[in-house]
Structure formats: structure tokens, C-alpha cells
Design a protein around this ligand. Sequence first.
Ligand SMILES: CC(C)(COP(=O)(O)OP(=O)(O)OC[C@H]1O[C@@H](n2cnc3c(N)ncnc32)[C@H](O)[C@@H]1OP(=O)(O)O)[C@@H](O)C(=O)NCCC(=O)NCCS
Length: 183
Amino acid sequence: MCYLLCKEEKVIINNKEFIIRFPKMEDVYSFVSFFNSLVQEEAQITKNEKVTIEEEKDWLKSIIKKIESNKLHCICVFYGNKLVANLEVNKLGYRASHVAVLAIAVDKEFRNQGLAKFLLNKAIHISKNDKDIKVLTLDVFETNTIAINLYKKMGFREVARLPKRIYYHGKLIDIITMDYYFD
Ligand SMILES: CC(C)(COP(=O)(O)OP(=O)(O)OC[C@H]1O[C@@H](n2cnc3c(N)ncnc32)[C@H](O)[C@@H]1OP(=O)(O)O)[C@@H](O)C(=O)NCCC(=O)NCCS
């Protein structure tokens, strides 16, 4: 069973109390505002269009199904009722079933307080204890220096670069792939 499917934890980070748990269908409105605020601020993520509640319902349904079938680890961080950070570790299939794709985002107002570091540590710990996962991989914009530095600090290494893959703020920029290897 994937991590946190059955439990909810209170954690103190930077003197604030957060709840971490898996996502539920009733979180759909929280996910819509969390995701749309990332789009609004033009965060360095691939998607640049706001989502509707219906789209997010479908997405959340598929996420929960994947968690239940042990294909995905997902950790949501709540401050009170507000979703403030989300991390996904999405296992690939077939001949790449030892690889999992990591994605992370933190609400703008809660950045630089250690939430991403906390979540990445959790993701590495969970993945280490998941017998399926041998490689964690992620894609990051070459311009996202905060994220790149953080990933390096956590043990990820650049393994590939796709030139001019993203159009962001009027420029064509590279996508960097970073990996973390277990064993
Ligand atoms: C990248 C991101 C996840 C980092 O989250 P975060 O919770 O702010 O990160 P943390 O607070 O754990 O900080 C991690 C490190 O980055 C540094 N950092 C964070 N924000 C910073 C800022 N604005 N300026 C300089 N350094 C910063 C921290 O000081 C810390 O370094 P340290 O280990 O030396 O103390 C967050 O900025 C984010 O969600 N951005 C938008 C979405 C995104 O880019 N996702 C990643 C896509 S690949």
C-alpha cells in the first residue's frame, strides 16, 4: 500500500504546525486553487492554463486510483484547511517500472520555510522503502535555480538536457533531467 493512505501526521516545520496526508476527493477545491495560483504566478512548471473543477475532479480520481493500486505516492501538506504543498512520486511501467517521476510545488506564501526540503526527504525515504523504485527522476527548467540547487543538495544529479524545450517569458529554455539513484 502506498505511503499515507491510512494515516495523517502532524509535523512542525519552521515553528508552524502542518498536517500531511494523502489526497481525498473532497480536496478538489483546494487542489484547484493551489494549482491555479501556480499558473497565475507563472511558476516554472510546464502547465500554463488554469484548471476547471471538473478537470481537477478527473485528475484527483486518477491520482487516488493510482495510490490505491500502489503506482503513486502522494503527500499533501495542509496549513489548517489550506493546501500549501504537494509532492508526487509517480511510478512508470513496463521496462521502466523501477523509475518514478517526482513532482513538487509549494504555495508562494509558504516558500523558503523548509517545506520542499521536508517533502523531498520524505520522498527519498518512502522511495528507498519501496522495493519497486530504483531511480527517482524529475524535469526542471534550466532557469529554476532555487529548485535545481535544492535538488542537488538532496542528492539529485543532472543526467540530461533537452535544449529549447520550453517557451517561458519570451525565451526558449532547456529542460534539465535530474536523477537520484538508490543502490
Ligand atoms: C522550488 C520549490 C518547490 C522550493 O520550495 P520551498 O519550500 O520554498 O523550498 P525550501 O524552503 O525547502 O528551501 C530549499 C532551499 O532553497 C532555498 N530557497 C528557497 N526559496 C528561496 C529564495 N526565494 N531565494 C533563495 N533561496 C531560496 C532555501 O534557502 C533552501 O536552501 P538551504 O537548504 O540552503 O536552506 C518552490 O519554490 C516552488 O514550489 N516553486 C514553484 C513550483 C516549482 O518550481 N516546482 C519545481 C518544479 S521542477
